[in-house]
Write a protein that binds this ligand. Structure first.
Ligand SMILES: N[C@@H](CCC(=O)N[C@@H](CS)C(=O)NCC(=O)O)C(=O)O
Length: 505
């Protein structure tokens, strides 16, 4: 079986292990635990590491090693020893001293800079300078100890690099972005930039860190190979508005003024920072029956987007033909569309007038429920409905950028293979004359989210929002617009059209 490591290459202690194993030339098998998607808190992973932290390692079915420095100590001795963790008692105690010092005081101090200057900006939050000001004297005291040592030796424990160098360098691995004041500690700066950062084992682990934590610095679709066994594709971290399931109280939205709206549970009260994966590397593989969405090419010369009649008369028939040939449907009914632009942002989600011009919806939802799908078929198809409902019927939304490439508020989809039916519950939409139903979603760290950054107007996303077939295929895809942290400051507002269809098989 060999050495299995479980980690996310972008976290401090995971990166430490990968770089350390590289220095030790240890063979291992890499298992990706997606930290920002919360995979380290999932049931299966907790069986390996009940502390719910990354990294951890298991060798040949032995006990799990759940401390990064303990993994390096183990790996160094595992294959008969390595000079990076000397056997000589006195030399070893020097290395051990720095390993323990790093875990107990150095990591916590550097971590404060990482959170304020790297993690918070990633989440579009403001760094708190008072937190840095409070920590700075302690950080300088600790950095001073390192600086004094590195004034005497090239590496922390002598002339050769040891696992202590990797361990102590890891918490400062993004020192520029972390704004660590290294200039005041010249020996420390020299060691970090001219020694540690020149190690091939260190350099090989930089790409994954930059990609996850400094998205502006790296190209979008790059890959990082780990020991030839896995690759990590780009993702962003953003807030998605899930809804708390408050038990016996219904979740509702009123589209008119009513006393009844005074004490309701509204949706979107559970914002969660979530990893959203760039789907371009496998764009052709997604299907509306498996993941619940698909990406397709759809070219049209149509451009009168502000003219609803023209959209109906000129675009709908193209969409019918496109879906028939793509999905093998016998019949397709296009029954509605919505143009979403930020120019429509002033319109509240609950605005009463039923307009086709709206702002992007920042709520994790699916447009139909198991009950509202057939109801809508009956409303729209009258006498024909019962016959049509005796065969397979699906609702498919066609989502398409208009006018220009999407740079802000893109659409994210929750992979249906990670979101069982039990993660959905009903949102009641109260209109004056009727009540509609949507699904909203309760949060789960198991959800895997996808998006297609920079989609252009010749591409569409097909979203399955209802399927009458209950044979295990995808029926309801949760989706939401989100604030993309990669959006340039001068980006054009997103403009898109969502075309609602019923597909008969
Ligand atoms: N002392 C542990 C610390 C591990 C740790 O805290 N890892 C962080 C990522 S660097 C983590 O998984 N935190 C859990 C969380 O944020 O929920 C080690 O060195 O392995």
């Amino acid at each position: 079986m060999g050495l299995e490591v479980y980690l996310d290459p972008c976290t401090v202690n995971s990166r430490k292990v990968l770089a350390g194993l590289g220095l030790l030339e240890t063979q291992y098998h890499f298992n990706h635990v997606d930290y920002f998607a919360g995979a380290h808190k999932e049931k299966e992973y907790l069986k390996i590491n009940p502390h719910a932290t990354v990294p951890s390692a298991v060798d040949d079915g032995g006990p799990a090693i759940t401390e990064s420095n303990a993994i390096l100590m183990y790996a160094a001795d595992r294959d008969g020893g390595h000079s990076a963790y000397p056997k000589d008692l006195k030399q070893r105690s020097e290395v051990n001293r720095w390993l323990l010092w790093e875990a107990s005081v150095w990591f916590p101090s550097c971590y404060i800079y990482l959170v304020e200057y790297v993690v918070k900006p990633l989440l579009k939050a403001e760094p708190d300078q008072s937190i840095i000001d409070t920590e700075a004297p302690n950080w300088h005291k600790l950095a001073g100890l390192l600086d004094a040592q590195l004034g005497k030796t090239k590496w922390l424990c002598g002339d050769e690099p040891s696992i202590a160098d990797i361990a102590v360098a890891a918490p400062m691995h993004l020192h520029a972005a972390q704004r660590l004041p290294l200039d005041q500690h010249p020996n420390l700066k020299r060691w970090m930039t001219e020694s540690v950062e020149q190690l091939p084992a260190w350099q090989k682990t930089q790409g994954a860190v930059d990609k996850a934590l400094l998205p502006g610095k790296t190209a979008q679709n790059g890959t990082t190979a780990q020991n030839g066994t896995a690759s990590d594709h780009a993702h962003v971290h953003a807030t998605l508005n899930y809804t708390k399931d408050v038990g016996d109280k219904l979740t509702e939205l009123y589209f008119y003024d009513s006393e009844k709206a005074k004490d309701i549970h509204e949706p979107g009260d559970d914002p969660q920072v979530t990893g959203i994966h760039d789907g371009w590397h496998r764009a052709k593989e997604f299907s509306i029956d498996k993941e619940g969405f698909a990406l397709q090419e759809f070219k049209t010369g149509f451009d009168k987007w502000q003219d609803d009649d023209a959209v109906r008369e000129q675009l709908y028939s193209d969409v019918v033909e496109f879906l028939k040939s793509n999905l093998g449907a016998k019949r397709v009914l296009v029954f509605d569309h919505t143009i979403r632009t930020k120019a429509n942002a002033a319109k509240k989600l609950t605005q009463e007038t039923n307009t086709s011009q709206r702002a992007p919806v920042m709520l994790v939802h699916c447009d139909y429920t198991a009950e509202s799908g057939p109801v809508r078929v009956r409303q729209l198809l009258g006498d024909e409905a019962e016959d049509l409902l005796s065969r397979r019927v699906a609702f498919v939304n066609v989502w398409k950028p208009i006018n220009s490439v999407v740079e802000e508020r893109p659409l994210a989809m929750c992979d249906v293979t990670t979101s069982p039916q039990s993660d959905f519950f009903k949102l009641y939409l109260r209109y004056r004359d009727r009540t509609g139903e949507n699904y909203v979603m309760r949060y789960s760290p198991a959800h895997k989210w996808w998006y297609f950054p920079k989609m252009n107007p010749e591409q569409v996303i097909l979203l399955k929002t209802y399927d009458s077939e209950s044979d295990g295929r995808a029926c309801f895809v949760g989706h939401s617009a989100f604030e993309d942290p990669n959006t340039p400051a001068d980006a054009k507002p997103r403009e898109s059209i969502e075309i609602r269809t019923i597909v008969f098989f």
